[in-house]
Design a binder for this molecule. Sequence first.
Ligand code: NDP
Length: 296
Amino acid sequence: MAASLIDGKATSQKLRERIATAVARLKQDHGVTPGLAVVLVGEDPASQIYVKNKARQTLEAGMASFEHRLSAAITEAELLSLIAKLNADPAVHGILVQLPLPAHIGEKAVIESISPGKDVDGFHPENVGRVATGEGGVVPCTPLGSLMLIKQALGDITGKNAVVIGRSNIVGKPMAQLLLAHHCTVTIAHSRTRDIASVARTADILVAAVGRPEMVKGDWIKPGACVIDVGINRVEKEDGQGHKVVGDVAFSEASDVAGYITPVPGGAGPMTIACLLANTYLSTCRTVGVPPVDIF
Ligand code: NDP
């Protein structure tokens, strides 16, 4: 293996420690405890694990955690009414509605009902617009965490060629915006891209956010490139004995070619929750009018 491993677990741990210190100071100096409300609709097992981890890490950072677990049978109107209450609750500084939602509830209506100031996921159109135009705005957690890992590996990324595979609103598009804001030359590849392997080979920075197990092969990677694997795919083990989690990058062959690479698990994944806490801290500071300390 030629590539250096980018350790998202260790980096996220350090970020969470800095957030906990900043939160303690906010409480001591201003008597304010950041509060994060997480809303889970239905019984999706993966979502239940995410929500449990989010609540635990929120408390560990010294913040208040408000969990709302709702039946999959809840109506859209009932969910919107809960969000309106959370929008008005001064103890709540961040609201996260765990996606995906059951099919009868409109994701767009729910995202747009969250007050942009409490939208710690950065999915509200106002925040999307602000990030795109460089006017502040809440940056979505997974791209924010991935950018931290890239900068940790490479330092200044001005002028680098970056290729993002995937164009979702949650990962691909905001990732591309962030890389652009950091002066990279950015290409977004997707399911209609022609000769995607050749496009990927132009990348000094390659971010894979596709949801296809080990799609990105070793010969798609420019020697020395920084590879960020956002994918989380549950696949059957080779011996048929249970399941394992793999990324969108064929890790073993890619790490022979790349200069830096994130593992799955332990790369981009742990950064996502840490950045959610960071966004909640920043949102609290904005709400109470206190300048945030530099947690990044
Ligand atoms: P989406 O399904 O919303 O988007 C996937 C994107 O990949 C689409 O833009 C799609 O293109 C593109 N794509 C699909 N198949 C191909 C292909 N064969 N070749 C090229 N592009 C393709 O997924 P998300 O962005 O939400 O998530 C992507 C991955 O990241 C998933 O594995 C998810 O689990 C993981 N994830 C991890 C997080 C973390 O915390 N680490 C957080 C969020 C997601 P098109 O638009 O043309 O259909």
